[in-house]
Write a protein that binds this ligand. Structure first.
Ligand code: D61
Ligand code: MG
Length: 424
């Protein structure tokens, strides 16, 4: 669990964190007895920090299909991500991967740690895949084929233009959205969503990852990996890696803000996609990662730390998002709060300030027009204001600052604690 310091700073994180911890423990206890399914669910918990929990709460047959879909694509991605394999070896494996999933004998050793185990014991995944209904199998095969071909294309090609960036993100994440929509439809629980909206769901998540993981990807050994499009970063620096050097801090943050503004373009589609969902478990499965993404963008925007280390939402805020994302009203509330937080960080000196604010204003408008905002528990103001107006506004400001910066000055956190003590 998070550090004592973090909990003292955010006392109301504690309840959702305990709840989440119990849910994770419970999910880990429900591993199926068959060895291949047991392996798949154990692996799912090990390799996916965030998706295991949302997959786990789906209904049985859809859950099995999504679990296998995840592991097949994670294995494919392990091949793509292994920078020690030469292009001559890698490309044919990526292209033929959709056939390997039908072959219990096939295996290819690569990756490290848990990913290596997934690759070494891939026969368990194939065995489980072959037990899925044919509608699920066909959807998984089709997406694996298209993703493998797309990844292969980008092994020998750099992400130059914004169109390349959208194309790459389509292959590695947009296609996951298309595949999931097919699986939801095959389960009989949802209408088939359009490819374009499904694609946006993946692009928004993938672009957020690419923004957040700048430093990790550029420092990759033996070879750095670059997904930020040249068309964007070349406006600020001569080489992508220059963004991490201190003398380029101003340019780096401007470039980062440009990337965030680009990602925000997908929000309207994502909201449209989610608002069409009917099944509560599928809704949560889709909405939790989206809310985490807008929260992560709010944290990354104008934040030089992206170029210095890992920028992540604190665990307590993650737990809160998981606890509170149940309906479309919760999604509008979260997108509203995080967009406002983002907007407060936009400085007029930023070259894209106007564009960023316009995008945010459009999102805020959609959320307001949903007519659901007043029912929400805010991520900014953590309690309903009562009559002690001064304290409330102090708390408002503090919560705001605390939510945006993960390590604020301790005086602020002490004040926040005091407020919470008075309040209760
Ligand atoms: C609704 C709910 C979940 C959704 C969705 C709609 C639409 C798309 C996605 C999930 C996919 C989002 C991917 C974002 C995370 N990016 C990665 O993991 C990168 O790898 C991409 C290729 C493998 C994709 C595997 C995947 C991911 C999530 C799934 C899934 C399959 C199947 C079912 C449910 C969720 C990234 O990985 C490394 C890293 O981020 O550390 C990379 O290599 O770029
Ligand atoms: Mg990858």
């Amino acid at each position: 669990m998070g550090s004592l310091r973090a909990i003292l700073k955010h006392p109301d994180d504690l309840y959702p964190m305990v709840k989440l911890k119990l849910a994770v423990r419970n999910a880990e206890k429900q591993i199926p007895p068959e060895p291949h399914w047991g392996f798949c669910y154990t692996m799912l918990h090990k390799v996916s920090r965030s998706f295991a929990l949302v997959i786990q709460q789906l209904d049985t047959d859809l859950r099995d299909a999504v679990c296998i879909f995840y592991l097949v694509l994670r294995a494919l991605d392990t091949v793509e991500d292994d920078t020690s394999i030469s292009a001559e070896v890698k490309v044919p494996i990526l292209k033929a991967f959709h056939r390997h999933i039908y072959d219990r004998e096939w295996h290819f050793a690569c990756g490290t740690k848990d990913y290596k185990v997934l690759m070494d014991e891939f026969h368990h995944v194939s065995t489980a895949f072959l037990e899925l209904g044919s509608g699920y199998q066909e959807a998984i095969e089709d997406i694996t084929m298209r993703m493998g071909a797309g990844m292969a294309k980008f092994i020998c090609k750099e992400v130059e233009t914004v169109d390349d960036y959208d194309e790459y993100c389509h292959y590695v994440a947009g296609l996951v959205g298309l595949g999931l929509s097919k699986l939801f439809h095959a389960s009989g629980k949802e209408d088939l969503a359009s490819d374009s909206l499904s694609n946006s769901m993946g692009l928004f998540l993938q672009k957020t990852n690419i923004i957040r993981d700048y430093l990790e990807d550029i420092n990759e050994i033996p070879k750095s990996r670059m997904f930020w499009p040249r068309q964007i970063w070349s406006k600020y620096v001569n080489k992508l890696e220059d963004l991490k050097y201190e003398e380029n801090s101003v340019k780096a943050v401007q470039c980062l803000n440009d990337m965030v503004t680009n990602a925000l373009m997908h929000v309207e589609d994502c909201i449209k996609y989610m608002s069409a969902l009917g099944d509560p478990a599928i809704f949560r499965f889709c909405a939790i990662p989206q809310v985490m993404a807008i929260g992560t963008l709010a944290l990354c925007y104008n934040n030089i730390q992206v170029f210095r280390g890992v920028v992540k939402m604190r665990r307590g805020l993650t737990a809160k998002v998981i606890d509170r994302t149940k309906s479309m009203a919760d999604v509008y509330g979260a997108f509203y709060d995080f967009s406002r937080m983002l907007k407060s960080k936009v400085e007029d000196s930023d070259p894209n300030a106007r564009k960023t604010k316009d995008r945010l204003e459009a999102i805020l408008k959609i959320c307001r027009e949903s007519g659901t905002l007043n029912q929400r528990k805010s991520y900014i103001i953590q309690s309903k204001p009562q009559n002690h107006a001064t304290l409330v506004s102090t708390h408002h400001t503090l919560s705001y600052i605390l939510a945006v910066f993960s390590s604020p000055p301790s005086v602020l956190s002490l004040l926040n604690m005091c407020f919470n003590a008075i309040k209760s």
